[in-house]
Design a binder for this molecule. Sequence first.
Ligand code: CO
Length: 460
Amino acid sequence: MKKKPVKIMDTIFRDASQSKIATRMRLEDMLPIAEKLDRVGYHSVEMWGGATFDSCIRYLDEDPWERIRELKKRMPNTKMQMVIRGQSLVGYRHYPDDVVIRFVEKAAENGIDIFRPFDALDDVRNLKTVIETVKKMGKIAEGTICYTISPVHTIGLILDKARQLEDLGIDLFCLKDMAGLLAPYTASRIVRRLKKTLGVPIHLHTHDTSGMGAMTYLKAIEAGVDIIDTVLSPFSEGTCQPPTESLVMTLKGTPYDTGLDLALLADIADDVREMKKKYKEFETGLGGVDSKIMVTQIPGGVMSNMVAQLRQGKALHRLNEILEEIPKVRKDLGYIALVTPTSQIIVVQATLNVLTGERYKVITKETRELLRGGYGETPGPVNPELQKKALKGESPIHCRPADLIPPQWDQLKKELKGITELEEDILTYALFPHIALDFFKRRNQRLTPPIEISKQMVTP
Ligand code: CO
């Protein structure tokens, strides 16, 4: 058989931090490890985006932009990869195109090589501006579709969206299984079809939450997948990715041999294990297999947060009713996937539907916005009666939501006059205005942040 080495992205500095230690990993702990990682020969190392940006300024008193520059210095030979929520960047709402374009430009200039944009609704129009800007900057665009299970999510739908992304000029295609729901034989079928349909390499992202991660990768590899996401063993399994070393060992001596040095990986894993000890208080999720996720589809991080909030509100005894309500709300909202920020929208609405004693007695601002089309086109049709009730006579929109958002850059610049002129700072402020101002103040006074232990409710 012809050699077809599988390439590996290690998620150690992004998804691992987010899935296992509430996104608290500090730059100072990454730097010595990064120097060693640079010798491994990974396809890429994921080190930015998702919740890391928010966490930097909210909890760690770190400049997220400095993180890119410092890691780049330690990993000059390794491609640095980020995950980006399409038009929402690393925030939770859609931003105007002028902010999105500047954000991607600055991320590229500071050192990001591969951008993985995804959209919670898989509305490809929400990825367009990011992909076009990545291409303009000469960087690598990895168009992404989220994997979820519903009556409308067929392989045909994935192939159709993947083709739309290819038309936008992506360099790589990623299937992102953020909850660990992708079963091995399904992965094999999907990858086979993707390989026949697309001309670009296929990158698969899964989580080991359900215990299927490594098996899913193996079947995907046999079906021709080009790149997989793993993490060094101390952060592996459970809510994170399968272990890098195990996959490297599994493939050794086969046509899929990664060529990575196991002794070097074992050595780095020792350092990572030591480093992880510092974050014991932030360790989240179950270490082992969570079979419930196959039933509820609710990502581990979202579930633990929901339980904590219900306990606080003395409503934990209603959990099972809420778990039954979640799939019903999801159906009403067009079978959107449970990923940031739609996971929050569904969970909050389902909770209100149960706790108020009447379905949709209270409709949240976010549910209404989703029904209005403000997040884009949902994968399936929304419940028309609910839409009518929520919109109260207003018509839904059908265009790309950002087409209706006016430019903001000049206004943001004006608001920061006298505080900072750095474009990176203006972007930080555009994303998290209140926290950013506090952060700039602390940065200038070199104070340490208040210690907070609240967990973030984000999907990895
Ligand atoms: Co993930």
